[in-house]
Design a protein around this ligand. Sequence first.
Ligand code: DUC
Ligand code: ZN
Ligand code: ZN
Length: 493
Amino acid sequence: MLDLVIQNGQVVTADGSFAADIGIAGGRIVTLGLGLDAPQKIDAAGKLVLPGGVDSHCHIEQLSAAGIMNADTFESATRSAALGGTTTVISFAAQHVGMRLKTVVDDYAALARKGALVDYAFHLIMAEPRPDVLDEDLPELAALGHASIKMFLTYDKIRLEDAQALAVLAAARRHGMMVCIHAENHGMIQWLANKLVERGYTHPKYHAVSHPRLGEAEAIDRAAAMSLLLDQPVMIFHVSTVEGLAAVRRARAAGAKLWAETCTHYLVLTKADLDRPGGEGAKWICSPPLRDAADQEALWQALADGTLQTVSSDHAPYAADASGKYMAGPEPGFKQVPNGMPGLAFRLPILWDQMVNHGHGSPEAFVRLACTEPARLYGLDDRKGSITIGKDADLLIWDPARAVTLTAALAGDNTGYTPFEGMTVKGWPTTVLRRGEVIVAGSEVRASPGSGRFLARQGGPAAQPTGRLAPELDPTQNFGAELLESQAADVPK
Ligand code: DUC
Ligand code: ZN
Ligand code: ZN
């Protein structure tokens, strides 16, 4: 017996599109066919039906390494996500030096339980991979359904030295977890930023100069070499440059099991936004920085040819006031501005508009990049990311003809601005369902805070080692197995 049927829509999946009704019971998709009936009906005639968006990289209610709190709570961020059609988020549980990771995760979980309107999981940020964290917290957290780690190769206070990064990769390998990497060369950024500030070049536009393109490529090369040494899959977050893409391709050619994403803002904005009068450009400061039109073209090409697997928002919300972007005053130096921009609400509409209306890809490719691949790579594809029988009924009634001009008010987050202000896109979710329940109808959000659920995961096939180890660690040749299993000695002093 069905609870609900979505009738007369054109269903879009990563593999193809077809006319079908969708039968839903117990919050799941239980049948696809024509002429289905149920007590509750939603008519999707003339519309598309897409899977709910999966945003696999967003910062929510997070304390930054510099001690600055995000403007959004789980409630405001996930309300914003839902309004734009995203029904699953993977945000962060961020360890800082001195903290136990288990406690950190408990704290973020309590916040999400209270506030989240959509379903969620966490990447575990490792700022200090101590023996207690790697050998006690991590196995416990893996058993509780946490399946991915994030580490930073730059940013004071949370960046890891290479030996620490290797310790994290080896620990992730033991637990079948994915390791996501912020890959930029710290020394290059530090040297350039210091030189710029010393000479008075502090306007927001110099932020882009301080994060050199070569620094992204170098760090991806290094991450790939570490991944190859230990045969541990990695995901390179927010690739932004032609040079970074070349490094991703080099890594794969060398045999690395390496995945890569880019973010909405790198596809549609450029560093020209940093060069606005006075302090306005501070609103567009994020890391890696916005780049050039040629990078945008290269990123689109990389999404089309499979170099990049997913598009996330990297939603990192700091308010456009004295509590956030302007905490150092109305014309802050680029080093005084918290890094990051809001983007949860508009990821799907912008990506759709660019792909389907501006020639960058098909509706099916859109679903792959925004829903299906992020679910698969992070071990959520048993429930999320596609319209198939057995999956959660996370569904969007999508009006491909609806044109919308993007505004901060429409985004509904707590930052008070959107970097995409004034952009008009065509294609919008008019109804959003989460596990068979209408959570957004038009502009009305119906889900209650705390109704989102934690998604326990296991590292899926994308996070499993290939079995091809570096010769020094090959257990068939020498004592490699022993080195990989050794836990205490993994942790650099
Ligand atoms: N860069 C990050 O690495 N994280 C949050 C936002 C940003 O700009
Ligand atoms: Zn990052
Ligand atoms: Zn991020």
